[in-house]
Design a protein around this ligand. Structure first.
Ligand code: CA
Length: 224
């Protein structure tokens, strides 16, 4: 795993880099948003750990530029700010995961491991559902023949639902499939991912039904 670490707090950056290297990852550390955007354009990183509060352009702007350029690399955001507001904004911009400072190092390594597992689970079949195609080997999605951008967790939720078309999947089962064992993800977060998937898929006639108090069901494709 090649990780881009974007953090202007030198002591925190040093500790994070040391810990990630100890876990066997290659770490490139930069301390400004501009450097991060340049680095991400030059190298295909497997994961970006991105602080929000940075000198110059902030982490949100870095994320916007990465996603604006079509980049799908997983992004884990770090913040010391108001978690609710930042979480929503980060998710809207396509962040895959989120941590609020201060955090325990083992918690961060657990999140990184979960993101690594998902990005490495690439050897799989091509999944088709109406106009939707997931090329799980190349990890690319298409809708009606056009590339479809999906954040890592949106992809993970969609894969779970696609594996059980016309069957109700509980929120707990989705959480288990999407997170690592030591992670905590609330049912509300799953609602966020599902609503983002709906926004992308429903215009093409692909419907995810809510089963109140239980979970979700991807309906059989009836035509757009
Ligand atoms: Ca900072």
């Amino acid at each position: 795993m090649r990780i881009l670490l974007v953090e202007d707090d030198a002591s925190l950056a040093g500790a994070l880099a040391q810990m990630l290297r100890a876990e066997g990852h290659a770490v490139d550390a930069v301390s400004s948003g501009e450097q991060a955007v340049l680095a991400a354009r030059q190298e295909p990183f497997d994961l970006v750990i991105l602080d929000i509060g940075l000198p110059g352009i902030d982490g949100f702007e870095v994320l916007r530029r990465l996603r604006g350029g079509g980049g799908t690399m997983p992004v884990l955001m770090l913040t010391a700010r108001d978690p609710v507001e930042d979480r929503v904004r980060g998710l809207d911009l396509g962040a895959d995961d989120y941590m609020t400072k201060p955090f325990a190092m083992p918690e961060l390594t657990a999140r990184v491991r979960a993101l690594v597992r998902r990005s490495q689970a690439r050897a799989g079949p091509r999944i088709e559902h109406g106009p939707l195609v997931l090329d799980t080997a190349a990890r690319r999605a298409f809708l009606g023949g056009e590339p479809l951008q999906l954040a890592a967790r949106e992809w993970a939720v969609l894969e779970v639902l696609l594996a059980r078309v016309e069957r109700v999947v509980s929120k707990e089962a989705i959480i288990q499939a999407v997170t690592g064992w030591s992670e905590e993800l609330s049912p509300n977060a799953i609602e966020v991912y599902v609503s983002r998937l709906r926004a992308k898929l429903e215009p093409a006639g692909i419907r995810i039904r809510t089963v109140r108090g239980f979970g979700y069901m991807l309906e059989e494709y009836q035509g757009g």
